[in-house]
Design a protein around this ligand. Structure first.
Ligand code: NAP
Length: 462
């Protein structure tokens, strides 16, 4: 894949970039190592000052970076602005909380004595140079939610961003440098994915985090395994959205639409499979399809647009193939929103609701990365739980019920990294984010996220 900005709303190539030479990559690796040697000695106060400055700069740049993201990957401009604001908030959150999240831990006097020590404690120390391989779908947020905790912990970052968002990748490097972080604290590598292995194997790289597809995750994890390097993987998802009879069905249907089409349907935590109890199936179907049908598809730079184009031609093709496969095997189209004429050569796909899904269809067990919802009718609670878990993924889940026993049942049985009741899954700095099964492992955000790239050091004093 060429490293280039190609506007998904027009298909036009706006800028192309030469991949960095071997020498340029070597220079950045050396700089990262040198910077870490000094930067790890800075205190939380200094790091927080720099992180707050980065948040201020990002707030000031909000409109420019939002337009750039929309131009590079097609998300509606309003969503791009919100993404930039969310990044600044997370930077401030980690700037303020890192000292407490990484404070020394002191076992009880009894446990210290039991360990035969006069004093014992746990200290969180940075690991070193962390390679971040990131996707285009939230081109700022995916990177910041890695970078803010990693830098606050005293690590330094190397970013290999998706090839279709090179300008956002370069902006991020400028942002951290402009805030005053030493050169080498956060650097972008404009390289193809085939060169990730060599960087990861480099002795100066201590660990890696990857957000992206299962294939990319498998490849990075196997190299890291071979090198015995720590990894965090945030991969795909096919989150269930379960509606049970006690739910406010109208509210569930409204939220279901947002949960499915956010980011033009290209979110790992978008609800993708809608599992509705038979008692409320008809009511939900009517409200859900009415709203999906009415979605305003259009140029993502226009303020009123709710759904823009998919980010790449290949992404649209893959989604269309999933839909065609389901239709060939007997699925029903419950509704399809209109893609207005005259949108040009953009990679638009109509928001669509499919029912009559069977396990033979690819869409039943693959991730639909675009605005296509699959609808299932559940006979009862057990059936709803079974359908929710009938997927290789396990990122998050959404359940609509006001019954505490049903809530407990899902908390106990749903095979996912999160369960959100009477609302939709979203990421928050204070709450851990990550999955199980094919959605990956490890956690981002919260105290769990900042400790992933720390050396949890045991200190024992006789
Ligand atoms: P992708 O093709 O896997 O790309 C993600 C990143 O990995 C890009 O930087 C890509 O570089 C790189 N890459 C691809 N193949 C690689 C390989 N074999 N070795 C090393 N690096 C490789 O994913 P995508 O299509 O851009 O993103 C969509 C996927 O990401 C979806 O499955 C979505 O659910 C998932 N996602 C997950 C989360 C989460 O938090 N769990 C969040 C967002 C997205 P190139 O661009 O140069 O190929």
């Amino acid at each position: 894949m060429a490293i280039a900005t190609v506007n998904p709303a027009t298909g036009q190539t706006l800028r192309t970039f030469e991949p960095y030479s071997e020498a340029a990559v070597e220079q950045r690796l050396a700089r990262a190592e040198q910077t870490f040697a000094q930067y790890r000695l800075t205190d939380f106060g200094r790091r927080a000052q720099l992180m707050h400055r980065a948040a201020e700069l990002l707030d000031a740049d909000q409109e420019t970076i939002a337009r750039l993201m929309t131009t590079e990957m097609g998300k509606p401009l309003t969503a791009a602005r919100a993404e930039a604001a969310k990044c600044a908030k997370a930077m401030r959150w980690y700037a303020d909380r890192a000292p407490a999240l990484l404070a020394d831990e002191h076992p009880s006097a009894e446990d210290v004595a039991d360990a035969g020590a006069s004093r014992a404690l746990v200290r969180y120390r940075p690991l070193g140079v962390v390679l971040a391989v990131m996707p285009w779908n939230f081109p700022l947020w995916q990177v910041v939610r890695f970078a803010a905790p990693a830098l606050m912990a005293g690590n330094v970052g190397l970013l290999k961003h998706a090839s279709n968002v090179p300008q956002t990748a370069l902006y991020l490097e400028d942002l951290f440098r402009g805030a005053g972080f030493p050169d080498g604290c956060f650097q972008t590598l404009l390289i193809e994915s085939s060169r990730v292995e060599a960087v990861l194997r480099d002795r100066r790289v201590a660990a890696a985090t990857l957000t992206g597809s299962e294939g990319a995750g498998r490849s990075v994890a196997s190299v890291a395994g071979d090198e015995v390097k720590k990894t965090v993987l945030e991969l795909g998802g096919s989150d269930p959205f379960v509606v049970l009879p006690s739910a406010d069905v109208a509210a569930a249907a409204r939220t279901a639409v947002t949960a499915r089409v956010q980011n033009n349907g290209q979110s790992c935590i978008a609800a993708k499979r809608f599992i509705v109890h038979q008692q409320v199936y008809g009511e939900f179907l009517e409200a859900f399809t009415a709203r999906m049908r009415a979605l305003r598809v259009g140029d993502p730079l226009r303020e009123e647009t709710e759904v823009g184009p998919l980010a790449t031609a290949q992404g649209r093709e893959e989604l269309a193939e999933l839909v065609a496969d389901a239709l060939a095997l007997g699925a029903t189209v419950e509704c399809e929103a209109e893609v207005p004429e005259g949108l040009g050569a953009g990679w638009y796909h109509p928001p669509t609701v499919l029912s009559g899904i069977t396990p033979q269809m690819r869409i039943h067990h693959e991730e639909a990365f675009g605005p296509v919802a699959t609808l299932y009718r559940a006979e009862d609670l057990d059936h709803a739980v079974a359908l929710a878990n009938d997927t290789p993924f396990g990122l998050s889940s959404n359940v609509w019920t006001t019954d505490p026993e049903e809530q407990d049942r899902f908390i106990r049985d749903v095979q996912a990294g999160g369960v959100f009741f009477n609302g939709m899954t979203a990421s928050h700095p204070a709450l851990p984010f990550g999955g199980v099964r094919r959605s990956g492992y490890g956690r981002e955000l919260s105290g769990h996220g900042i400790r992933e790239f720390c050396n949890v050091t045991t200190v024992w004093i006789s």
